[in-house]
Write a protein that binds this ligand. Structure first.
Ligand SMILES: *Cc1c(COP(=O)(O)O)cnc(C)c1O
Length: 405
């Protein structure tokens, strides 16, 4: 077999177990959020693993993502919430995709789609409780409810949910959380006056799922947590395990003298004679260029800092006199075993959030390899080499032959 050069490994069992962990902390159902290609982990395999862990709903941003889940054969309820005017929403209705309406215009489009699909559209009405992103403001809410009640009476819509989204639940105790919960409760009471009492009321993202049981209602919508990453400050332990590992094999090592400028712009200079190691992952693969001179990488039993600029295809590590050699495995981030860096460490190093780190590595350039069997269809799990079709992913599923971590 061919040796691998760089890869993103995704531990499907970790995703399953993370969902099970979240489930143990709530009486609500779980909507696993798998938008943005499952935060870079692969949307369909991540969805299957989450369902294996007990999720009963899937959440995505776009109609196309929802239809991709359906085409992969997933029949569980799916909510798609970010819909520009003029989309082929009737295809979503026909595919039994739940759709969001946060304005009269959006509800109108859904009703039109329902007529075209000749069946009622499953609607989740969104109340803007303060994020000022999607959803109807409290001022516009009664009009939306009135129109939804009419569409429901006409048999053109079924209001399945009322929902909202938090501003700042990742700062536990932040005043916006209580305020939004109060606005949400009021919005639900107003809906009742219009005869709208949907089966699912939902507002909690990962952070609120982890810290605010009083916000769980009937359904929680964790995203980043199912991938094992915490949205919370580090003093809040979560018991979750990061599912993604990004790693690469050193392509070349060399000795250079003290004072050697390294990589583009010579933004780094060696302090003494040292061994440099080239690691074949760069911004074309998902490594943020902002990680220049700050990104942590484990190699040869130690965590090192990227020496100089991140290039499109590669980075350089200054390894001192450590015996690193071509073929050695450098870990950019993973579950953090043995003190190796995590996506959260990367986020802290470059001033972003762990969400962005893993999502960046979902691109097509680095092969994605799946570990574990959670949610892998039986026919695919049977062999060492799994087809793209069987796994529902653009990449092979399952560990490569002769492969070990
Ligand atoms: C992305 C998203 C989520 C999941 O958020 P996390 O912070 O990853 O848990 C939930 N709901 C909506 C509307 C979202 O856009």
């Amino acid at each position: 077999m061919n040796m691998w050069q760089a890869e993103v490994r995704v531990d499907l069992d970790a995703i399953r177990d993370n969902v099970a962990t979240l489930r143990a902390g709530t009486t609500a159902e779980i909507m696993a959020v798998v938008k943005a290609d499952g935060y870079g982990h692969g949307m369909v395999p991540a969805a299957r693993a989450a369902l294996a862990g007990g999720a009963t709903w899937l959440g995505v941003a776009t109609l196309e993502e929802a239809l991709t889940l359906r085409r992969a054969g997933l029949t569980e309820p799916v909510l798609a919430w970010l819909l520009a005017p003029g989309l082929a929403l009737h295809e979503g209705v026909a595919a039994d995709v739940d759709l969001n309406a946060g304005s009269l215009a959006q509800l109108d489009e859904l009703v039109t789609a329902a007529r075209r699909a000749q069946r009622p559209v499953r609607v989740h009405l969104k109340l803007d409780t303060g994020l000022a992103r999607g959803g109807a403001t409290p001022a516009d809410w009664p009009a939306l409810l009135e129109a939804a009640a009419k569409a429901q009476a006409d048999g053109e819509a079924e209001v399945v949910g009322i929902w909202s989204h938090f501003v700042y639940a990742d700062a536990p105790g932040h005043e916006t959380v209580d305020h939004q919960l109060a606005v949400f409760a009021e919005g639900l009471a107003t809906a009742e006056q219009y005869g709208i009492e949907p089966r699912y009321r939902h507002i909690a993202n990962s952070a609120a799922t982890l810290t605010r049981p009083d916000a769980h209602y009937d359904l929680v919508r964790p995203g980043v947590a199912i991938y094992g990453l915490s949205p919370l400050p580090s003093e809040h332990p979560t018991g979750l395990r990061p599912a993604m590992t990004a790693r690469a094999r050193v392509t070349l090592t060399k000795r250079v003298p003290a004072g050697q400028g390294v990589s583009y712009g010579h933004a780094y200079h060696t302090a003494r004679e040292t061994t440099l190691a080239l690691v074949p992952l760069g911004y074309g693969d998902g490594v943020p260029r902002h990680a220049s001179n700050v990104g942590p990488v484990a190699l040869g039993g130690r965590t090192r800092t990227i020496a100089g600029r991140v290039c499109m295809d590669q980075i350089v590590l200054d390894c001192g006199d450590d015996p690193v050699a071509p073929g050695d495995v450098a870990i950019l981030f993973g579950p953090g075993d043995d003190g190796t860096p995590t996506a959260t460490d990367w986020a802290e190093a470059i001033g972003t959030i762990n969400y962005e780190i893993v999502t960046r590595f979902g691109g097509p350039r680095v092969p994605r390899v799946y570990d574990g069997t959670a949610g892998v269809p039986a026919e695919a799990a049977a062999g060492d080499h799994h087809s793209r079709e069987a796994s529902g992913s653009r990449e092979a599923s399952g560990t490569r032959e002769g492969e070990s971590l």
